[in-house]
Design a protein around this ligand. Structure first.
Ligand SMILES: [Zn+2]
Length: 272
């Protein structure tokens, strides 16, 4: 009895010999066919060459794998780069989807316009207020004050016991400035108890805010009703007109409801 491998090689040898013989003959006849113009012989030769090639392709790698590849890890080096490529492609797909989903959401938020804020200005009607975020103190030395916002002992016979504003005392003739961009809605020398008085309305972060500057000097008003002013622009000079016991700026602040609030706390929260 012979070994199976020896038997297979032995059995394969006569087949190889026969194919070699046929191929040699066909190649010779194909050479003759080219010269004679016989296409059928040429096609037969190609067909047989293909069949011989198949035989070699299926038998040779099988023999090579069993002879040389390690039994425990035969194809690791072939598959490793493929796994790496798959991970990179998946990461790129996730990134591009995230970008596509967030960009439209952000653009819609930007396109949402806040409701317009207008001031009713005498002789002009509705005036649109430009949104502003910049805020400044109304005088250069805001630390000098004489009276804060809220309940107090009346400083004079006709003075209020609930103070509607803040009294700054930087000195007589000190410039008074608008606390933010806005439009002048009042500029009068006959403001009653408030004396020489200017009011400016602002759109601060979408909120209608009014600032009122009182007791300024006669002849010092530097703006007119309907005029657009900038943060820090001079409105007048510190004086003691109206119901006042000495030179100071009385600053009042209120929202759309007209209710006065603590302007000092409001300014400090924005200016420190
Ligand atoms: Zn006051």
């Amino acid at each position: 009895m012979t070994l199976p491998s020896h038997g297979r090689r032995a059995a394969a040898s006569p087949l190889h010999a026969r194919l070699r013989t046929r191929l040699t003959r066909l190649t010779r006849s194909a050479g003759g066919a080219r010269r004679a113009g016989n296409r059928r012989s040429l096609l037969a030769a190609v067909g047989m060459t293909f069949a011989a090639g198949l035989f070699a392709a299926t038998s040779i790698p099988a023999l090579a794998l069993t002879a040389t590849a390690p039994a425990d890890h035969p194809v690791a080096s072939v598959y490793e780069p493929v796994v790496e490529d798959t991970i990179l492609a998946a990461a790129q797909t996730v990134d591009s989807h995230a970008a596509i989903e967030t960009v439209p959401d952000e653009s819609y938020v930007v396109e949402l316009a806040p409701p317009p804020i207008t001031s009713q200005v005498a002789g002009l009607g509705a005036v649109s207020l430009v949104k502003s975020t910049a805020v400044v103190w109304p005088v250069v030395d805001p630390s000098r004050t004489s009276s804060g916002f809220g309940p107090r002992e009346a400083p004079c016979a006709g003075c209020s016991t609930n103070h509607d504003g803040i009294d700054f005392t930087p000195g007589n003739g000190t410039p008074v400035m608008s606390i933010a961009d806005g439009v002048v809605v009042l500029a009068t020398e006959n403001g009653g108890g408030l004396g020489v008085n200017v009011e400016v309305q602002h759109n601060i972060d979408g909120q209608l805010i009014t600032s009122s500057y009182a007791h300024m000097q006669y002849g010092s008003i530097a703006v007119a009703v309907g005029q657009q002013v900038s943060a820090g622009q001079q409105l007048g000079l510190v004086g003691t007109t109206g119901q006042s016991t000495g030179p100071h700026l009385h600053l009042e602040m209120f929202g759309a409801d007209g209710v006065r609030f603590d302007g000092m706390a409001w300014l400090k929260s924005r200016l420190g």
